[in-house]
Design a protein around this ligand. Structure first.
Ligand code: EPU
Length: 342
């Protein structure tokens, strides 16, 4: 039987972060059986470890101290009433592999989130979202080890406090370690096709009543055409969140800048497109040594080979400063920055 957890000293993290930044963990504890979390954590007595999922949403600026990974990847159907199906995956399951597993059973819900890099355990933390869907819409509970009570607890959807690229877990990064996530999926759900490009791809294929797998295939094609593959060139997806500003500020920007995209959030707030703002400042395809901006998408920073975290961070700060100067809008990074503050 394989051990419930194992400890590695001086672990290389280069292949464990999608930017491909060279970094080392002083100690890495990998938990293969989430039930062994209390025991595994007892080994790490010097404060909270960095919990690492797929490493697809972080930037290492310097080395890490203690790092914890969960490799428990079990998934199961918990209940099925013929229409609503509750499934659970442990934190270490690969996100895209899990989505494909739900689609193979013709379950709808997660199809718009196909091909997002990372693990199931990381998905609720930044409430991953794409093409009109956020994962929080389908999560019914998150199981997590609570470092305050030293117990595994279950947080329902309300307790997770999901927001745009946000959750209670992101607000309190050192409190919970996600061990598993439960989702309510549906056999006959209406697909979400609000993202214009998605409808276009399906229409071009002559698909009028798409099944979840058809939507996922369209999403996969759109992602591949727009976003660089981290297996080919290091990146962490969107480096900045789309800024949310007061409606009056958005209206003033629309008056001053023709074509600026603005999306409704609620009555008083509007979401702007960080990619558009960055693009207009001329950064697309820019390169400072090995730190660059993707040629195909202004929101994605890339490592052309041997960029260091500090170089990518310096580039990100220059990009944000230029957007602030030209549009008066503050950008905030989306990935977690380890070893530096924004
Ligand atoms: N645009 C530009 N220049 C560019 C790229 C885009 O002007 O280089 C404009 C487009 O014309 C469009 C707008 O920006 O009007 C939005 O672009 P896109 O549809 O690509 O979406 P996004 O807002 O840039 C967000 C998410 C992505 C997600 C897509 C699709 C954030 C921070 N990013 O990007 O998520 O895949 O929508 O739903 O919310 C990620 O979080 O890592 C990520 C890739």
């Amino acid at each position: 039987m394989s051990p419930a957890f194992r400890v590695l000293e001086r672990a290389d993290l280069t292949s464990r972060n999608s930017f491909g930044i060279r970094a080392t963990a002083r100690r890495l504890v990998d938990v293969a059986d989430a039930d062994a979390m209390p025991e595994a954590l007892a080994v790490l007595d010097d404060g909270p470890p960095l919990v690492l999922g797929g490493g697809s949403n972080l930037l290492f600026v310097g080395d890490a101290g203690d790092v914890l990974t969960v490799s428990d990847a079990r998934r199961a159907v918990l209940s099925d009433d013929g229409e609503r199906v509750v499934v659970r995956a442990a934190a270490g399951a690969d996100w895209h592999g899990f989505v494909l597993w739900t689609l193979a059973q013709d379950l709808g819900g997660l199809e718009n989130l196909a091909l997002i890099p990372g693990t199931v355990g990381a998905a609720p933390i930044q409430n991953i979202g794409a093409y009109g869907v956020e994962v929080g819409e389908h999560v019914i509970a998150v199981d997590a080890f609570d470092r305050h009570t030293r117990d595994v607890v279950r947080l329902d959807t309300a307790a997770c406090r999901f927001g745009y690229r946000d959750s209670v877990f992101k607000q309190h990064p050192d409190r919970w370690i996600v061990t598993g996530v439960e989702f309510a999926l549906h056999r006959f759900a209406e697909p979400t096709l609000d993202y214009a490009g998605l409808r276009d791809v399906l229409a071009a294929r002559g698909i009028t009543a798409p099944r979840p797998i058809d939507v996922a295939e369209a999403v996969i094609d759109i992602r591949r055409s727009k976003l660089p593959d981290p297996a080919v060139i290091g990146n962490a997806g969107s480096f900045f969140k789309n800024p949310i500003v007061p409606a009056a500020q958005a209206a003033a920007l629309v008056a001053a800048h023709a074509g600026i995209p603005v999306f409704a959030v609620d009555d008083g707030l509007r979401k702007l497109s960080a990619a558009w703002l960055i693009d207009r400042c001329g950064w697309k395809g820019h390169r400072d040594g090995d730190a660059g901006v993707a040629p195909g998408h202004a929101l994605v920073l890339v490592n052309h080979g041997h960029a260091q975290g500090a170089e990518l961070l310096a580039l990100a700060r220059r990009i944000a400063a230029s957007v602030q100067m030209r549009f008066g809008v503050a950008l905030e990074p989306e990935p977690r920055i380890v070893g530096a503050t924004w």
